[in-house]
Design a protein around this ligand. Structure first.
Ligand SMILES: *Cc1c(COP(=O)(O)O)cnc(C)c1O
Length: 400
């Protein structure tokens, strides 16, 4: 039995460190090596034929599989409690690979309305070219899911918590609704990471990740992952991934494997900072509202408690003076970095209305819950007092 498989019996924090490691090291190495090889030699023509035919396991070509990438995939499958996992070039590659595998001409998708921007764009403006339609609904209200399902619905896609509005959908309840209609459920688990939330245990069929965020955790590489609960889904999606070719390269996989080892340490520190910052912001005179799942006034606080092992390190808040107030904060932070992306060890701040969403019409923005005053914070692992001081001085520059 490989060490990877044995790691399934360990506790979560130990799995994060030991999953995916090779069962039989070559030179006794402690860290998985980078197998920087595009192709793998066969000992005989028969062996080549058996590997291609799936009768024997073994490596063939790095677009199809690679030992370093496989180590990352084994780790992801263990952490998410799945049958198997696939690593992809980016998070969007993971999401699109599942869409390509499960949707046909005429298929219909039900999706959380405030999904990641690029996910919304592909569903709304690209898959429509192939006759795939999507209904976007507020999935925090389960009756909206039931109402949106049609005879041609082939996928329920949930993002929870959502980016940047931190809305939380009940995974167990929504999976039960979809399964009553024979529809598979995919969850974008990027914001929580498997350390805090394991959707497959709650009934979801597929989990997707932007590994760029919490799992890698160091803002230095992009990547994506797909984990399935069942073998049939794994085989279907793997076939599509292999021929469409958005697989991950071994060097990228190695960096992410390295990042994952500190996931528990990083998230424990970051979410402790996030809770304290949420409480500080909640009392700040220049802040009008705070949305953090750990605050009891969060509308889905109880759902978060039920399905998450912690409240994470993402939060958003409103500042006085709306758009202008947000710009003042962006231009005044020092230690905190003004940048998109999230889940890194350093704290990042973003103001959608003046940065990422300037081209989105105000009405559409408001509908997605992105008000002019909304500031998003990805809390990192710095000292809490330094973060509090930096936010305080930036907020105090907003004129009354
Ligand atoms: C970043 C992100 C993605 C896209 O991932 P990339 O690695 O940038 O392609 C998808 N979903 C969520 C929730 C994200 O935050």
């Amino acid at each position: 039995m490989s060490k990877g498989r044995k790691s399934r019996e360990l506790k979560k924090a130990s799995q994060i460190i030991h999953s995916g490691q090779f069962g039989d090291p070559i030179f006794g190495e402690v860290s998985v090596p980078i197998f920087q090889s595009s192709t793998f030699a066969f000992p005989s023509a028969q062996e080549g034929a058996d590997r291609f035919g799936g009768r024997k396991s073994g490596y063939i070509y790095t677009r199809l599989s690679n030992p370093t990438t496989r180590a990352l995939e084994d780790s992801l499958a263990t952490l998410e409690r799945g049958f198997g996992a696939m690593a992809t070039a980016t998070g969007m590659a993971a999401i699109n690979t599942v869409f390509l595998a499960l949707l046909d001409q005429g298929s219909h998708v039900v999706s959380t309305d405030c999904v990641y921007g690029a996910t919304r764009v592909v569903l709304q403006s690209e898959y429509t070219r192939f006759g795939v339609r999507t209904t976007f609904v507020d999935t925090t209200d389960l009756t909206n899911i039931e109402r949106a399902i049609e005879p041609s619905t082939r996928l329920l896609f949930i993002e929870t918590p959502t980016n940047p509005t931190m809305k939380i959908t009940d995974i167990r309840e929504s999976a039960a609704i979809a399964h009553r209609h024979g529809i598979p459920v995919m969850v974008d688990n990027t914001f929580a990471s498997p350390y805090l939330q394991r959707p497959l245990e709650l009934g979801a069929d597929i989990v997707v990740h932007s590994l760029t965020k919490f799992l890698n955790g160091h803002s230095d590489v992009v990547g994506g992952g797909i984990v399935t609960a069942r073998e049939d889904l794994f085989k279907r999606i793997r076939r599509i991934l292999n021929v469409f070719g958005s697989t991950m390269d071994p060097h990228q996989a190695w960096l992410i494997l390295r990042g994952i080892k500190t996931l528990a340490l990083r998230l424990e520190k970051a979410q402790e900072n996030a809770m304290r910052l949420a409480e500080f912001l909640n009392r700040h005179p220049k802040v009008t509202w705070v949305t953090y799942p750990g605050l009891p006034h969060h509308p889905q606080h109880d759902t978060a408690r039920k399905q998450m092992d912690g409240f994470g390190s993402m939060l958003c808040f409103g500042v006085r003076n709306g758009l202008a107030g947000g710009v003042v904060v962006m231009d005044s932070v020092g230690l905190i970095t003004l940048a998109v992306s999230l889940g890194g060890i350093e704290t990042l701040i973003e103001h959608p209305a003046s940065m990422t969403h300037t081209s989105v019409p105000v009405a559409e923005r408001e509908e997605a819950g992105i008000s002019d005053d909304l500031v998003r914070l990805s809390v990192g692992c710095e000292d809490f007092e330094d973060l509090r001081e930096d936010l305080d001085q930036a907020l105090n520059r907003i004129p009354d």
